[in-house]
Design a binder for this molecule. Structure first.
Ligand SMILES: *Cc1c(COP(=O)(O)O)cnc(C)c1O
Length: 367
C-alpha cells in the first residue's frame, strides 16, 4: 500500500462552480464570455483534467504557459486559448500561429516581435489601469495605435486589463475611471472586446464584467475574499487533500514535538502523526493551531511541519486511531481557513500541491 495521502479532485464541483459563475453573471444582466483560467496546472488541479471537465461549457481557456497551451491543442481542444502574458520570443509567435493561440501584447518590446511575422494573428492588448505589472500606459496609446496600423497582419480582438484590489477595500472604480480614459484615447476604430474581471470582480462587481471575464480561484471553489467564505456564494471545493494518521504518540508534561520543539505539552496529550508534509505542498510555515480535520472533527496542528509529516493535537478527537481519516483542506475544511492560519492565501496552497501526491478524480454531487 502506498502512503495514504491523496488529493481528491471533484469534477462535478468544478462544473458546478463554473455554472454558478455563469448564473451570477446572467442574474446581473451580463452575457460575458468566460475564459476559464487554468494557469499553474489549473491551480494544482491538473490542466488536462480541468479542461476536460469544463470543455462543454467554457468559452475559452486562459493561461500563460505556452507548453500547456500546446498540450491542450494536441489533446484536441478547439477552444480559444488566451496567453495572458503573451509571447516571450519570436519562436513563441510561430507556435501561436501553428497552434492557434491568442497572445496578449503588453509592451512595446513584445509588439516589436510581431515585425518578424507576416502571418495573420489575433491578439489582445493589455492595458495598465493601475496594477502596474503588465500593460500599456495611457501615454503610450497614441504610439501603440500608430504601430498597430503598420502591422496589418495583426488583428486586435480585445483589450484586457486586470484589477488589483477587487477583493479588498479599494475596489475597482478607480481602475474603471482609467479604463474610460483608455477608451476615449483609443477611439475608433477600436471597438474591441473588453476582458476584465477576475473571480473577486465577478463576484463583487458583476456589473463590471464587460465582454469577457477570467475567473480562476472561484472555479476551484475557493473564495477570493478574506472576509467572505466560498459557501456564501455557493461555491464548492474542488480539491480535498486527504491523508491518515500513521502513528499516535502519548506525551507527558514537558514533552516536545518535532524539529526544534516548537510545541511543548503542558498536560498529558495524545498526538496524531499525519502523512503530509511540505514536500506534498503543505506550507512549512503553518503554525501551531492551524486547523486540520481528524475523523471529521476539528483538530490543531502542533510543532513544525516537516518534509513528510505533520503532528496534531488529538484532544478533541479521543476516538482517533492509527488509520483515522484526516482532511488537510477541502470538503469540510475550506482551504482559505488553512491558508489564513498560515499567513497565506488559498491560491498558494492549491498551486503548491506537489507531484508526489496521487490524484483521485471523482465526479459526484449535482452539477
Ligand atoms: C490569475 C489571473 C486571473 C484569475 O484570477 P483569480 O483571482 O484566480 O480569479 C485573471 N486574470 C489574470 C491576468 C490572471 O493572471
Amino acid at each position: 500500500m502506498s502512503r495514504p495521502i491523496q488529493a481528491i479532485i471533484n469534477l462535478a464541483a468544478l462544473r458546478h462552480n463554473y455554472q454558478l459563475i455563469r448564473k451570477h453573471l446572467t442574474d446581473h444582466g451580463s452575457h460575458a464570455k468566460i475564459w476559464a483560467v487554468i494557469k499553474a496546472n489549473a491551480y494544482g488541479h491538473g490542466l488536462e483534467r480541468t479542461a476536460r471537465a469544463l470543455s462543454q461549457m467554457a468559452d475559452g481557456f486562459a493561461l500563460l504557459e505556452i507548453d500547456a497551451a500546446i498540450s491542450l491543442r494536441e489533446a484536441g481542444y478547439q477552444h480559444p486559448i488566451l496567453l495572458m502574458e503573451g509571447v516571450f520570443d519570436s519562436a513563441d509567435l510561430d507556435l501561436c500561429v501553428q497552434y492557434r493561440l491568442t497572445p496578449v501584447i503588453h509592451c512595446m518590446e513584445q509588439l516589436a516581435l510581431f515585425k518578424k511575422t507576416n502571418t495573420q494573428l489575433s491578439a489582445y492588448i493589455k492595458l495598465n489601469t493601475g496594477m502596474n505589472r503588465l500593460g500599456f500606459n495611457l501615454n503610450k496609446i497614441k504610439i501603440l495605435k500608430q504601430q498597430l496600423d503598420v502591422f496589418s497582419h495583426l488583428k486586435i480582438i480585445g483589450m484586457m486589463t486586470h484589477f488589483a484590489d477587487a477583493d479588498a477595500t479599494r475596489g475597482i472604480d478607480w481602475q474603471l475611471e482609467t479604463l474610460d480614459k483608455f477608451k476615449q484615447e483609443l477611439g475608433e476604430p477600436f471597438s474591441h472586446e473588453l476582458c476584465t474581471a477576475n473571480s473577486a470582480a465577478i463576484l463583487r462587481y458583476p456589473q463590471a464584467a464587460f465582454d469577457s471575464v477570467r475567473p480562476g480561484i472561484a472555479l476551484y471553489g475557493s473564495s477570493p475574499f478574506a472576509d467572505t467564505p466560498a459557501s456564501h456564494f455557493g461555491l464548492k471545493p474542488v480539491m480535498t487533500l486527504k491523508s491518515e494518521l500513521i502513528a499516535i504518540q502519548s506525551l507527558t508534561v514537558g514533552d516536545r514535538v518535532g524539529y526544534g520543539g516548537l510545541f511543548t505539552a503542558e498536560a498529558p496529550l495524545r498526538v496524531g502523526i499525519i502523512a503530509c508534509g511540505y514536500a506534498d505542498g503543505y506550507l512549512r510555515n503553518a503554525p501551531n493551531g492551524t486547523p486540520i480535520l481528524v475523523c471529521g472533527k476539528l483538530a490543531k496542528l502542533i510543532g513544525r511541519v516537516s518534509m513528510d509529516m505533520i503532528a496534531c493535537d488529538l484532544s478533541s478527537v479521543p476516538d482517533a486511531v492509527v488509520g483515522s481519516d484526516v482532511i488537510l483542506w477541502g470538503e469540510g475544511l475550506p482551504v482559505e481557513e488553512v491558508a489564513q492560519a498560515s499567513g497565506s492565501i488559498s491560491y498558494e496552497l492549491l498551486a503548491a500541491l506537489t507531484k508526489r501526491v496521487p490524484i483521485l478524480e471523482v465526479d459526484h454531487g449535482q452539477a
